[in-house]
Design a protein around this ligand. Structure first.
Ligand code: UDP
Ligand code: MG
Length: 319
């Protein structure tokens, strides 16, 4: 290896006063080791992003940054949410680094695979996903909801890496490409695969949060899942259209049935016409809603103004 890598580790923190001391200690130890292995250079940094915390998080980060040259802090003006804080951190550091790793402050994700991520970067990978081997330490509830979530996303046609959260390494050019995604509803683990470039995964066992509480209560988790689906897929609209078409078909069957019953004299007066109109109008209404939804879906895709392509290489480019 000719040159060591300039690595930035970005850590979003929301009310993490209980974990920051331990987290920074473990991170610094890892940095020392990677430096002595000549994997990363002296300008590498650990950047804590304070996402508008209400506790002492920022003053701890501030002190840490004064004590250690390796540590830097970014303070957001208000709580912007995990995804926004993470993107904010990555975009702040992207022009200073060769590659950046994002990781949660609670170290549930094993930092000891960071050297492996960096080695993959040196081998030419632009994106390295950290993937959980198993979820023994999560509660049964968290585990089943998480697995259900990944399955649902796949059914909805969103391309995400199974059991990968936001623990990943991205090269500078992958970060530059990510910067071209102008959308406001962030769902990074769905966006990064859209960037493309060569990617790979490293595997690790997920630990328990060693201090503090989860900042993702059920309400936030549900809204995150809902955002993920609605930001990436218009399948819900398609489901309405399909349902509407199905009801229209059923309405024909019901019409035949109602007519037959009427001809056989088994019906009260008015029943057949009511039956037929309820089914028919119901089907037409659903189909119409779905159709309008299709246009809204198209609008919605346009409004996002995502890049249509990302060029990976241009061979023989003139000076
Ligand atoms: N986080 C954040 N802003 C928020 C909520 C969470 O920056 O509004 C950070 C939090 O500090 C942590 C990471 O996002 O570093 C993941 O949160 P947590 O560990 O609580 O989620 P869980 O692992 O329970 O899903
Ligand atoms: Mg956590």
């Amino acid at each position: 290896m000719d040159k060591s890598v300039n690595l930035y580790v970005v850590v979003p923190c929301y009310n993490e006063e209980a974990v920051l001391g331990e987290t920074s200690k473990r991170m610094l130890e890892l940095f020392d080791k990677m430096k002595s292995d000549r994997l990363i250079d002296d300008k590498s940094r650990i950047v804590f992003v304070d996402d508008g915390s209400k506790d002492k998080t920022w003053s701890i980060i501030d002190t840490l940054a004064k004590e250690h040259v390796e540590i830097a802090g970014v303070k957001l003006a208000r709580n912007a949410g995990h995804q926004n804080a993470l993107l904010g951190g990555l975009m702040t550091v992207k022009n200073d680094c060769d590659c950046a790793v994002s990781i949660d402050a609670d170290l549930q994700d094993d930092i000891n695979v960071i050297p492996e991520m960096v080695k993959n970067y040196i081998d030419g990978y632009d994106v390295v996903y950290g993937v959980r081997n198993k979820r023994d330490t999560d509660t049964v509830f968290k585990r089943t909801t998480a697995v259900g979530f990944y399955k649902l996303m796949q059914i909805m046609g969103v391309n995400i890496v199974f059991n990968h959260a936001d623990y990943r390494l991205m090269s500078r050019r992958a970060l530059d490409a990510l910067a071209d995604f102008p959308e406001r509803n962030l769902f990074l683990r769905g966006m990064v695969p859209l960037v493309g470039y060569r990617s790979t995964s490293v595997y690790y066992d997920r630990n328990e949060r060693f201090a503090g509480e989860s900042k993702y209560p059920l309400k936030k988790m549900l809204s995150f899942a809902f955002d993920g689906i609605t930001s990436f897929s218009i399948s819900p609209i398609r489901i309405i259209s399909t349902f509407g078409a199905a009801v229209c078909v059923i309405s024909v069957i019901m019409a035949v049935y109602a007519l037959v019953e009427k001809l056989l004299g088994n019906t009260d007066s008015g029943w057949a016409s009511l039956m037929m109109s309820i089914w028919f109008i119901g089907g037409v209404q659903l189909l119409s809603v779905g159709l309008i939804g299709e246009y809204i879906g198209k609008l919605y895709k346009e409004v996002k103004r995502r890049p249509r392509y990302i060029i990976e290489a241009y061979v023989n480019e003139r000076e």
